[in-house]
Design a protein around this ligand. Structure first.
Ligand SMILES: [Zn+2]
Length: 41
């Protein structure tokens, strides 16, 4: 059962920045749909 969950997350598409389209790596907090660069104000 646990292996199925892992496979489920593996099949998920990589998180992408909605602004520049760059792949967003794993982060401690959720910044929404933008990468760290685009999120920086
Ligand atoms: Zn971005």
């Amino acid at each position: 059962m646990i292996e199925n969950v892992v496979e489920f997350f593996k099949n998920l598409p990589p998180k992408q920045c909605a602004q520049c389209g760059e792949k967003i790596e794993e982060q401690h907090e959720c910044y929404g749909n933008t990468c760290e660069k685009c999120n920086t104000i």
